[in-house]
Ligand binder design. Structure first.
Ligand SMILES: [Zn+2]
Length: 194
């Protein structure tokens, strides 16, 4: 790409590679040149080695991602066991990771989606679990209810709105309204329970 570019004449330009004269629309944009256009035509650029190399890299990346996923699926038990063992040996580190993960509101959405997916797959199991937990943690439930009825984070509201949490800045009223709606429906539920 170091070859000097040909000038643009009557909206036409010669490609430094194939030496054909072509309309400037057949040249890609470039920040490196004075004219703002690539010195090679799009056709030549797409067949150049570097471009192919980049495309290959992207393909490899996708494949690696898939391989990792497949490996995980095949070796789930082994990996889980290893992770648990590691966590046991590194209690402090694990605690720190956990705290970081749970205090990050960005993860809230992820956690919500993951747990609702799990619930769908384990309806009966979840019912029993919920009941047991509710029966054995009355104080926690009380605390949780008062805390969350006053303070619902944007990330949580965003799930109901099916929007990214970052939209809260742009549409504060929308988020406020939805938050109120969630609070009201919680209040109603609580009254029905009492
Ligand atoms: Zn060319």
């Amino acid at each position: 790409m170091s070859a000097p570019a040909y000038p643009i004449i009557n909206n036409k330009k010669i490609c430094t590679k194939c030496k054909e004269e072509k309309n400037i629309s057949e040249f890609g944009k470039s920040k490196k040149t004075k004219s703002g256009l690539c010195s090679e035509c799009k056709k030549c650029h797409n067949t150049c080695e570097r471009h192919i190399h980049i495309v290959d890299l992207e393909k490899n990346k996708q494949k690696r991602k898939q391989d990792t996923k497949l490996y995980y699926i095949k070796n789930k038990e082994k990996i889980c066991k290893r992770t648990t063992e590691w966590a046991k040996k590194n209690k402090e580190k694990t605690k720190k990771y956990g705290e970081k993960y749970y205090t990050n509101t960005l993860n809230l959405e992820k956690r919500y989606i993951r747990s609702s997916e799990w619930e769908k797959r384990n309806v009966e199991k979840r019912k029993v679990q919920k009941k047991q937990w509710f029966n054995s943690n009355p104080e926690k439930i009380k605390k949780y209810r008062t805390k969350f009825s006053n303070d619902i984070p944007n990330a949580y509201v965003a799930i109901f709105l099916q929007r990214p949490a970052s939209d809260a800045k742009q549409y504060p009223l929308l988020f406020e309204m939805k938050r109120l709606q969630i609070q009201i429906s919680r209040e109603i539920k609580q009254k029905q329970l009492n």
